[in-house]
Design a protein around this ligand. Structure first.
Ligand code: SF4
Length: 315
């Protein structure tokens, strides 16, 4: 059956909470250490300066939550929510400010949990201890969403990420030690990565036992360093067919218990030089699902490489 070929987020939420749960994107007055000079200047080469917050509403945190809740209640009859701190690096705040925002969100009614988007080099024991306390005292599920993009640490340098794979591994260990969840964000068509890098990303995330993944394709925004490189013709973007093939290969190697929050992302609405091959994200999602069907394959089909595979022949 089509919907069983990968571990879908909507189904996971339904099973976990017994009803549909809606993610409410919110934006804090946070920034990013890779933009303000703490770690780097100018940010990741693809970053448009919005820090992925183009879907968020303006206004105070409480106003954003209230407006989002009202919209989802009216449109979908929604009753349960996850507040998603989406834009920029939401733990890159002085501790007291971070605490204040999290406490305000955690006090909301009808909440299943919090999702907090950040960088692997922006979680530490103090912030995580506090989140663990909130999880336990408020009975909330808390997920740290970490931008990784690729496990290829050479590509991470080219992207000017300002961190390597090591910080990601460290963050995942610290998060899991506190009973919190991790979601890894990946881009599967980075110009300097090949199919093998994509497969290795699935293998590393499986070995680290992250809880969730979100897949994106690369979007190129005018005025970014990546946009300048694109306009100068300095790199090629693989075809949509090759992208679909990479997603399928990624899923085949991914631990089947990892939940896939998203197969495709969408870019900002303006100044795009390249975005999803000029087609809609849901059509690409359908292509990926059709490809899984046609190839009669599924998430975890090739997840057979951990726990001393080479010893298998010894019984
Ligand atoms: S970590 Fe995120 S917000 Fe910071 S520069 Fe990179 S993409 Fe932009």
């Amino acid at each position: 059956m089509k919907t069983d070929r990968y571990n879908r987020y909507a189904r996971h939420l339904l099973k976990k909470y017994g009803e549909k749960v809606y993610k409410l994107p919110v934006k804090l007055a946070a920034t990013c250490p890779n933009r303000d000079g703490r770690v780097g200047q100018g940010g990741c080469i693809f970053c448009d300066g919005q820090g992925s917050g183009f879907d968020c509403l303006p206004g105070s945190l409480s106003a954003q939550i209230a407006e989002n809740k009202a919209y989802y209640r009216k449109r979908f009859n929604a009753r349960k929510f996850i507040i998603y701190f989406q834009a920029f690096t939401n733990t890159y705040l002085p501790f007291e400010k971070f605490r204040e925002n999290i406490l305000a969100a955690a006090a909301e009614k009808d909440l299943a949990g919090l999702a907090i988007s950040t960088r692997p080099d922006c979680v530490n024991d103090r912030y995580l201890d506090f989140l663990q306390e909130i999880k336990l005292t408020r009975s909330l599920d808390i997920c740290l969403e970490l931008g990784l993009q690729t496990v290829n640490y050479h590509t991470l340098v080219r992207l000017n990420r300002g961190h390597t794979l090591a910080e990601f591994i460290d963050a995942v260990y610290r998060i899991r030690a506190r009973g919190l969840a991790t979601c890894a964000h990946l881009i599967l068509n980075l110009p300097w990565d090949n199919r093998q890098d994509v497969v290795e990303s699935a293998r590393v995330l499986s070995a680290l036992r992250v809880d969730y993944v979100k897949l994106h394709s690369l979007y190129v925004v005018q005025g970014t360093p990546l946009g300048d490189m694109y306009e100068r013709g300095e790199f090629d973007i693989i075809s949509l067919e090759a992208y679909v093939d990479r997603v399928v290969a990624f899923l085949e190697h991914l631990d089947p218990t990892i939940v896939v929050q998203r197969l495709m992302g969408k870019g900002p609405r303006e100044n795009l030089l390249f975005d999803n091959w000029g087609t809609s994200w849901w059509l690409i999602k359908e292509k990926i699902e059709a490809s899984l069907e046609e190839e009669d394959t599924f998430q975890g089909k090739k997840f057979d490489y951990l726990n001393g595979k080479a010893l298998g022949g010894f019984g």
